[in-house]
Write a protein that binds this ligand. Structure first.
Ligand code: FAD
Ligand code: SF4
Length: 475
């Protein structure tokens, strides 16, 4: 343990965000970094607990107490060596992970937890700065070829691990650039796309072959993949968006959040967008339907584009401000999240059902909504009912549907291989991440359902381990 009294001496200090008036004028990352000395003090708050629940809370099982100690001592090299043992891409999780580890930190029992996520980011960025992160191609190569379909965090993690094990990996990606939602979902103000390129470049130097602009199941068939590769990993994400099938949905000006967010990320990266398909919030009243992270990213993007007003609606009740009794430490508590985008300005409403969209000349002009109340039913399931007399209208000329994703798109590779899906429509896998077809594996949102970057990375690693075993220990 770096400093046995660190947690008594230092208060939790977050790096914080750039000022609102500055950051809404650009798409640069909003979160700042602490100076080294302050970061070392923050790492010194770690108590090196006998049972480190942070480790339990982290889906990739990072061994935080050990690298907090190295950070405290200023041993960045040592901290990086420990972090890389478990973490494939700390530069992604260090920026966007909601940090379940911090909710499980023993200090969080009655105090503020260690700034684990930001400490992790400091380690990997320091490692890049000091030139510690170098391409490390495998010393020997096997004669096995693996196709990984989809280059989101799951596909990247799977490809990275198999390549390190010496197999020949080809990563197929439908888009022009790799990254999945890291690139075409999460806005640049949370994750600069140069960070994705930096990692992809390293992987190429280490021997991963990346083929972009290829939609598997159409541009390359299932038979071709089975013929040319010894195993396949499907990491295509959960990209079937939930729609709102209500009156007026056909009006122009109503889009899925991902159409909007992906386009803005492309614009920031200098990719060409046809002028006729531009979606802009400039001088518009924007209505975001869906109170989650994707909705919050729409709010941040709309503010940067110069929206006149932004309203975010959520059907469910407002979460509590503090950890509720039924989600005790060290569980992940569902508490109210106020993101940097919310701080930049928007009206948030909970318990709101959107009944219909209104329009004029085929263009959306707003929505009719009503307040709802939730009460527990006999089976324990919550029942929703409209509250009489609470109907109201919201003016909007841009509506963004951010209600999540139901499951992976089945048309294409899932149907090409005739894969079984589970009751929620996700690709069914066994404990080794193998699908219903031998030699075909799946990982990330495609098999888990829409989740988090950190889970996608862990599942990508799990699938790589399943594939390695399949290739090296045939039955
Ligand atoms: C707007 C938004 C914000 C988010 N913010 C956060 C956050 O802050 N923190 C967090 O932890 N998580 C966040 N998430 C969730 C997180 O991004 C996902 O859980 C994660 O990216 C899933 O990774 P994946 O690799 O399984 O799939 P994806 O990232 O969806 O990648 C799938 C890839 O497969 C490609 N593909 C699909 N079909 C084919 C095909 N047939 N052939 C070839 N390629 C194909 C796609 O083009 C894509 O590149 C966010 C998600 C969204 C949408
Ligand atoms: S990956 Fe997420 S859960 Fe794991 S240590 Fe980093 S911030 Fe915490």
């Amino acid at each position: 343990m770096g400093d046995p009294k660190g947690f008594l001496k230092y208060r939790r200090e977050e790096a914080g965000y750039r000022p609102v008036e500055e950051r809404i004028r650009d798409y640069g990352e909003v979160e700042k970094m602490l100076p080294d000395e302050a970061r070392r003090a923050q790492a010194g708050r770690c108590m090196d607990c006998g049972v480190p629940f942070c480790h339990w809370g982290c889906p990739i099982s990072n061994i935080m107490p050990e690298w907090q100690d190295k950070i405290f001592r200023g041993d960045w090299n040592g901290a990086y060596d420990l972090l890389r043992e478990t973490s494939s891409f700390p530069e992604f999780t260090g920026r966007v992970c909601p940090a379940p580890c911090e909710a499980a930190c023993v200090l969080a029992f009655n105090d503020d937890p260690v700034t684990i996520r930001q400490n992790e980011l400091a380690v990997i960025e320091k490692a890049f700065e000091l030139g510690l992160v170098k391409p490390e191609p495998p010393a020997t190569r096997s004669d096995k070829r693996v196709a990984v379909i989809g280059s989101g965090p799951a596909g990247l993690a799977c490809a990275d691990r198999l390549n390190r094990a010496g197999h020949r990996v080809v990563l197929f990606e439908a888009e022009q650039h790799v990254g999945g939602y890291l690139r075409y979902g999460i806005p640049d103000f949370k994750l600069d796309k140069r960070i994705v390129d930096r990692r992809a470049d390293l992987m190429v130097q280490e021997g991963v072959e990346i083929r972009t602009g290829i939609y598997a199941g159409r541009d390359i068939s299932g038979e071709d993949l089975i013929r040319d590769f010894d195993a396949v990993c499907i990491a295509i994400g959960a990209r079937e968006p939930r729609d709102l099938d209500i009156e007026g949905r056909e009006n122009h000006g109503i889009y899925f959040a991902m159409e909007y967010l992906a386009q803005q990320n492309k614009i920031v990266s200098g990719e060409h967008i046809d002028e006729n398909s531009l979606i802009s919030a400039l001088n518009k009243d924007v209505l975001v339907i869906g109170g989650g992270d994707t909705g919050s990213d729409c709010v941040g993007t709309a503010n940067r584009q110069g929206a006149r007003s932004i309203t975010q609606l959520e059907l469910l009740p407002q979460p509590p401000l503090h950890r509720p009794e039924h989600e005790p430490w060290p569980l992940w508590p569902k508490v109210l999240k106020t993101s940097s985008s919310h701080e930049e300005g928007c009206v948030r409403m909970w318990n709101i059902l959107t009944r219909k969209f209104t329009g004029e000349n085929g263009n959306v002009t707003g929505a009719e909504a009503v307040q709802v109340a939730w009460t527990p039913g006999d089976s324990g399931k919550m029942n929703m009912a409209e509250v009489p007399g609470t109907g109201f209208n919201i003016k909007a000329d841009l509506v963004l549907l951010a209600m999540g994703f139901s499951h992976p798109v089945h048309t294409g590779i899932v149907t090409a291989f005739g894969l079984e899906v589970d009751t929620r429509g996700n690709i069914a896998v066994d404990s080794a991440m193998m699908t219903s077809k031998r030699g075909i594996f799946a990982a990330g949102d495609a098999s888990r359902g829409a989740s988090l970057v950190v889970w996608a990375i862990q599942e990508g690693k799990d699938a790589a381990d399943g594939i390695h075993k399949y290739l090296t220990e045939p039955e």
